[in-house]
Design a protein around this ligand. Structure first.
Ligand SMILES: NC(=O)c1ccc[n+]([C@@H]2O[C@H](COP(=O)([O-])OP(=O)(O)OC[C@H]3O[C@@H](n4cnc5c(N)ncnc54)[C@H](O)[C@@H]3O)[C@@H](O)[C@H]2O)c1
Length: 255
């Protein structure tokens, strides 16, 4: 593996599972020092141990905790080069607008959107001091496409992440800070596996829309994050980076 991230310091939120965990492994393999942030202490600690990094337990909806996690990263490793703002939830009580209550709406907005606002707000000043940095915010393909199987707050939160990332990418471009929104298609994570094990017809209904005919593996998303984090993407900012197996480009898919 090339060491594109040699000497870089990365903070990953939601590093204990799924895309965040795969990215922690990938960043470490490419030479980065990785700070693994998660609300789940056992999962976050295991991830940090595996990649030889630092674990910081934090709830990304808590402003003080977010500010402190970047301070810890800088105190430990001296700098902050990469912020992968990835923690997010997709709870079952976020569904059709007709049945989703205000509590569920707000909880999802807090964890998926307000957290990204907080992470960018407190990561950017460290990067400004260095005159360089790469921020990758996890949105989703549902930020650019509508679904009849709605998760209304989730989709709205990811649309917010996309618009905020674009705006920050433009605002801070001349200071050497790049901000891109990563938009994964459906990924083969425990959450999705559980959902589709219970309801295979629901899985089939979704798979038919994916030209590549399958869900992504977390490693495939991590490879895209590593590209956005590295100087290989040095001319990319304010970008909607779709890694979706062709979903957003498709009208009719192969049988
Ligand atoms: N899995 C998919 O199909 C898919 C598709 C598109 C986008 N995404 C997005 O990718 C991101 C990661 O998804 P995943 O599938 O890897 O999820 P996951 O559930 O496997 O991992 C998410 C991690 O975030 C942590 N987390 C949750 N709330 C937190 C909080 N308040 N503070 C700190 N940590 C918290 C969890 O403990 C968990 O370790 C999410 O933003 C999700 O919306 C996922």
């Amino acid at each position: 593996m090339t060491e594109r991230l040699d000497g870089r310091v990365a903070v990953i939120t939601g590093a204990g599972s799924g895309i965040g965990l795969a990215t922690a492994r990938r960043f470490a393999a490419e030479g980065a020092r990785v700070v693994c942030v998660d609300i789940d202490a056992a999962a976050g600690k295991a991830a940090a141990e595996e990649v030889g990094g630092l674990f910081v337990q934090a709830d990304v909806t808590d402003e003080d905790a977010v500010r402190e996690m970047y301070e810890r990263a800088v105190a430990e490793y001296g700098r902050l080069d990469i912020a992968f703002n990835n923690a997010g939830i997709s709870p079952p009580d976020d569904d059709s607008i007709l049945t989703t209550g205000l509590e569920a709406w707000k909880r999802v907005q807090d964890v998926n959107l307000t957290s990204v606002y907080l992470c960018c707000k407190y990561a950017i000043p460290h990067m400004q001091r260095q005159g360089k940095g790469s921020i990758i915010n996890t949105a989703s393909f549902v930020a650019v496409m509508g679904a009849a199987t709605s998760q209304i707050s989730y989709s709205a939160s990811k649309g917010g992440v996309l618009a905020m990332s674009r705006e920050l990418g433009v605002q801070f471009a001349r200071e050497g800070i790049r901000v891109n929104a990563l938009c994964p298609g459906p990924v083969n994570t425990p959450l999705l596996q559980e959902l589709f094990a219970k309801d295979p017809e629901r899985a089939a209904r979704r798979l038919v829309h994916i030209p590549l005919g399958r869900f992504a593996e977390p490693d495939e998303i991590a490879a895209a994050v590593a590209f956005l984090a590295s100087d290989d993407s040095s001319f990319m900012t304010a970008n909607t980076f779709l890694v979706d197996g062709g979903i957003s480009g498709a009208y009719v898919t192969p049988q």
